[in-house]
Design a protein around this ligand. Sequence first.
Ligand code: ADP
Ligand code: ASP
Ligand code: MG
Length: 400
Amino acid sequence: MKFGGTSVADLERIRNVAQRVKREVERGYQVAVIVSAMAGETNKLVSWARELSPLHDAREYDAVVSAGEQVTSGLLSIALQHIGVQARSWLGWQIPIRTSGMHGAAAITDVDTHLLEERLGQGQVAVIAGFQGLGPDNRITTLGRGGSDTSAVAVAAALKAERCDIYTDVDGVYTTDPRIVPRARKLEKISFEEMLEMASLGAKVLQTRSVELAMIHGVPVQVLSSFEDAPGTLVCDEEEIVEKQLVSGIAYSRDEAKVTLIRVPDKPGIAAAIFGPLADAGVNVDMIVQNVSEDGKFTDMTFTVGRAEFERAIHVIEQNIKSIGYQKLVTDKNVSKVSVIGIGMRAHAGVAQSMFRALAEKGINIQVISTSEIKISVLIASEFTDQAVRALHTAYGLDA
Ligand code: ADP
Ligand code: ASP
Ligand code: MG
């Protein structure tokens, strides 16, 4: 059972979580609980580290931002003990949950279940601090924002759990963010592949890496509400879904920035000269467009990066102006990516056309397009994000 930030936002909610855990124990389950920090806590810790130094030591950043989960794991254990449920808190290093050394965005490499299984076997609930692990340098690491989902799936996989239940502030995965489209519909089931696209294209209901892990290890994941007893959404294999939709969902991300290099020489090696240094600097490039050059000599190159990496990307490009040889750098931080996702797309033509028409009817200009087998993404001006998501939701017949 994993409980997100809003589910443990105050003591009353922690008591509510304790009752839910107790219920599962009484049903005869051995329960491992993964908790997030109380809502807002991680943001506060991140901003403190940034305020002291924008280029802070990533190891100290992890020491700071992992603290929120330590508090909730202790508090929930106290609340459980108080209602007669045996429980203890576990920090990442105590289990240990081993990770790569990439501080701030570490990947889980191993979960030692030895001690956990011993205690679970004695009937003790394990209350595990999410989002954190132990790096090869023997220091605390964190898994990137939203990382408790990944902690939960990794622990479930390691324990060979029957299920991994992700309790949150919505009662499942919807056709799109219900905060933007109130008429969004709850999905009874969604395939791992679609959920992976939804998550990586911006739907933050599950961290992308958690879906990846669930898919690899075949962990059945259920997303459900910590406040209501409604059935949630099951994330499962495609084969288990009988009614395959053409389009299952719409995702959006406001976290985008666009960079255009004007008049770069159109010759072999130019893409490598631009994207090599960016990769070396750890900048993740998403969409890329290279225009056809008119005269065969010069071309324009446009690419997008996450907004958090924008400054670093610009710095890298400017440092490499000589080897790239562009004439002008044009940037835009007011862009969003809106995506349409569905496994049904594999076998059907015309899905992209409906998207372009729906956006055109609203007068929304498309700046960049990228597609894969089961999704189409477009880059648009940020101010039109909500309108675009709503228009597409209606266009594909997803409105409830
Ligand atoms: P938690 O703190 O429990 O981890 P998050 O805030 O990380 O919760 O994720 C839940 C939020 O994800 C919801 O409140 C909702 O606004 C957002 N969300 C975005 N896209 C979707 C979607 N397709 N279905 C459900 N929720 C979504
Ligand atoms: N508390 C962490 C965050 O806010 C991890 C999580 O909630 O999943 O990113
Ligand atoms: Mg989350």
